[in-house]
Structures are given as C-alpha cells and as structure tokens.
Design a protein around this ligand. Structure first.
Ligand SMILES: *Cc1c(COP(=O)(O)O)cnc(C)c1O
Length: 379
C-alpha cells in the first residue's frame, strides 16, 4: 500500500538526535514549557524573520486560532469573515467564542478565499478576517488587501496551519512569510503537518509586543505571575518533548519542503506525458509563490469518487480534503446557509483529490500511481 503520508521515511534520519533529546528531558523530569519551549520559540522567531519574542508555543493549531481570536478581543456576536473550504477548526474556533463565521467563496485556481468576495462581506459587525493558506500556498495578502481591512478597523488572523515555511514575494519584492503578514498568525504542529511533532502542538505569532505578552499569559489561564490572574485565559501550553522534537525537525524543514516541491513538479510532468490534462487539473502555483505542498490536491473533472475507489482498491491511498464545505455542516445549520451559496467551494468538494506527497516518496511510486490513473481513464 502506498500511504498518503509515511512519516517513518523522514524520521529515520533524525532518530538518534530525537532519542537523545527525549532522554535528556526524561532525566530532568520537567515537561511543560521551560527551556526547550523558549529555545524552539526563539528559533521560530529567527526562521520566520520576526522580532525576538514574537512566537508563542501552545497546545494545538486549534488553540492557536482560539488564542489569536481572544487576543484581539473577539466577543459574542462579532463577525469574522473566513473560508468555507478548510479544516473545521478555522470556523469552529470562531463559533466557540460565540462569534459568527461569515463565509466568502473561494478562488477556483488556488482554492484559497476569494479576496473580492471576502471584502464584499464586510459589515459594521466585522471584527476580523481569517484567511487560510490552504494546502501550503499563501493567500495573496498584498498591502492593498491588508489596508482595505485595516482601514475599517478589521484585524487579520492567518490560519497558516498548513503553511509553515510557505512564502511569497510581494509586488515590491519583499519576502512575505505565511503567518507573518497579518496581525496574528497561527500554526499547527499536528504530526501530519509539514512541521509536525509527536503529538498535538501549535504556535501563535505576532509582531505586536504587547499582544505577544498577552498571548503568553492567555495560554496559562491569563496569569503573568503564578496564581495571579489578569484575565481569564485557557490551559494551552506546548510541552518540552514536542518543542525539543520540533526544534530538531525545524532544521530539516527547508529541505523537506523543497523535496515536496520536486515531487509536485514531477506529478505535473507525469500528467502531461500521460495525456491526463483533459481529465484532471494539477494544483496551480501562482507566480511569486513558494508553495510548500502540505497536500498535493488535484481536481478531477468527473467520476472523482470512482477514481478514488479504483486507486484505493489498487493500493494507493488517495483522499478527499474536504468532502463537505463548512457552510453545509450540520453544526452550522443555525447560520442559515444553503446549498448553492458558495458554488466554487461546493464544486471543489466534489472534484478534489489529494495524492501522496511527503519527503521520501519515490519517483517510481509516483509513476506507478499515475499509470493507474491513466488506466482508469482509458478503460
Ligand atoms: C490542522 C489544521 C488546524 C488545526 O490544527 P490542530 O493542531 O489539529 O488543532 C487548523 N486549521 C487548518 C487549516 C488545519 O489544517
């Protein structure tokens, strides 16, 4: 079976280093926050080219979103504009605070939120804009877009859970890293993410020093000094084991992301050489974008489910991210959205198919998969 993701292949190279870090922490018996977490946070500040102290480790990507929303004082009834085509947590956390997820449709080429549609959803109740850098490609948050929101007092929170290391070049040639261009950025270190731990973990980042200090309190029940609480926070700490392992993996991230990009290029070539471009569309990488292919997601023009079953039966794990647009989820019935409200998002959920992409995937495995896809369309 060719899995959608095989973490064992990249782990073997770092195994001795990881095991000695684990031993060090067990010998010391100190597991929550502490030296490993501060070191990892500092290394992330450097990697993301942010001022020291910008990064705050927390317990998950979901908590990073929750903490980010809390740090800009999102209250019940506030509206947050976001995408319906993403993992549930993006709007789950908005709703969890009693705020209202307001959806805008997606762009059919990048699968990211359509910025014109997002701007058209602004009302007097809009407090935040929450775009997702889906599958590893950044939403085009250029200065004019950011200003259009900021001019109305609307904060921008980036869901960069799938995009640690992704970046793009702005029209004036500045490097913009996913998670660092808005007011607050959120990352997930769930094991399957490009930078993944050995359990849950996440990080919330901001250039605003005051907000960053507040985030460091919010993750420990709103307490700056133990047992004294300035505000009501949550328990969302990164633990030493995760931080130590993530710190080791961070050193390899650039080369792992480059390997994903090479795999993506080869898929694209194979579609051409196998005459598949009339049946499927390869994911588009926009100009000036450094897509890190957290997922390699194609569009299948028809018979997507038949193709998925055909491949699964032949030992190729291909998956659908995401099969149901968030505006149609049972839990969001109260928001009163209906089928047809976001046609591009709905169409994506019928057409997308994720193919395996991970460091260590072999060219021969890609070739075999594509041969099988060609066989499916030719019978
Ligand atoms: C994974 C993910 C999250 C949530 O991260 P967890 O660490 O699993 O809580 C949020 N948003 C997106 C887009 C994700 O892919």
């Amino acid at each position: 079976m060719l899995p959608i993701l095989d973490l064992k292949r990249s782990f073997n190279a770092i195994k001795p280093e990881v095991f000695s870090a684990i031993e060090r922490i067990f010998d010391r018996q100190s597991f929550i926050l502490g030296q490993e977490v501060s070191t990892f946070e500092t290394h992330c500040d450097k990697y993301l080219e942010l001022p020291e102290g910008s990064c705050t480790g927390c317990a998950s990507g979901t908590d990073a979103l929750l903490l980010a929303l809390m740090s800009i004082d999102i209250k019940p009834g506030d509206e947050v504009i976001t995408t319906p085509f993403t993992f549930f947590a993006t709007s789950g956390t908005i709703a969890r605070l009693g705020a209202v997820p307001v959806f805008a449709d997606v762009d059919p080429v990048t699968y990211n939120i359509n910025l014109d549609d997002a701007l058209s959803k602004i009302t007097s109740k809009t407090r935040a804009f929450l775009p997702v850098h889906l599958f590893g490609q950044m939403t085009a948050l250029d200065e004019d877009v950011i200003n259009a929101f900021h001019d109305k007092g609307i904060k921008i929170i980036e869901d960069a859970a799938q995009a640690f290391g992704a970046c793009r070049t702005s029209p004036d040639k500045r490097i913009m890293r996913a998670g660092t261009v808005g007011d607050v950025g959120c990352y997930s270190f769930f094991p399957t993410k490009n930078l993944g731990g050995c359990g849950d973990g996440g990080m919330v980042v901001t250039r605003d020093k005051e907000r960053s200090e507040r985030l460091k309190k919010l993750r420990v029940h709103g307490s700056g000094t133990t047992y004294f609480h300035d505000e009501i926070g949550i328990n969302s700490r990164l633990d030493a084991l995760q931080a130590a392992i993530l710190d080791i993996k961070l050193k390899h991230l650039e080369s792992w992301n480059n390997e994903r990009r090479k795999i993506a290029d080869y898929y694209k070539l194979l579609f051409k050489t196998n005459d598949l471009t009339e049946f499927i569309t390869a994911p588009a990488e926009l100009e000036n974008n450094y897509h890190i292919y957290h997922q390699y997601v194609i569009r299948v023009k028809s018979r997507r489910d038949d193709l998925m079953n055909y491949l699964n039966e032949r030992g190729f794990a291909v998956r659908v991210y995401y099969p149901l647009s968030l505006h149609l989820q049972p839990c969001f019935k109260y928001l009163n959205y209906h089928e047809g409200d976001f046609p591009e998002s709905e169409k994506l959920s019928r057409e997308v198919l994720a193919l395996p992409v991970f460091p260590g995937l072999k060219a021969s495995e890609q070739e075999e998969l594509i041969t099988n896809i060609a066989d499916f369309f030719r019978v």
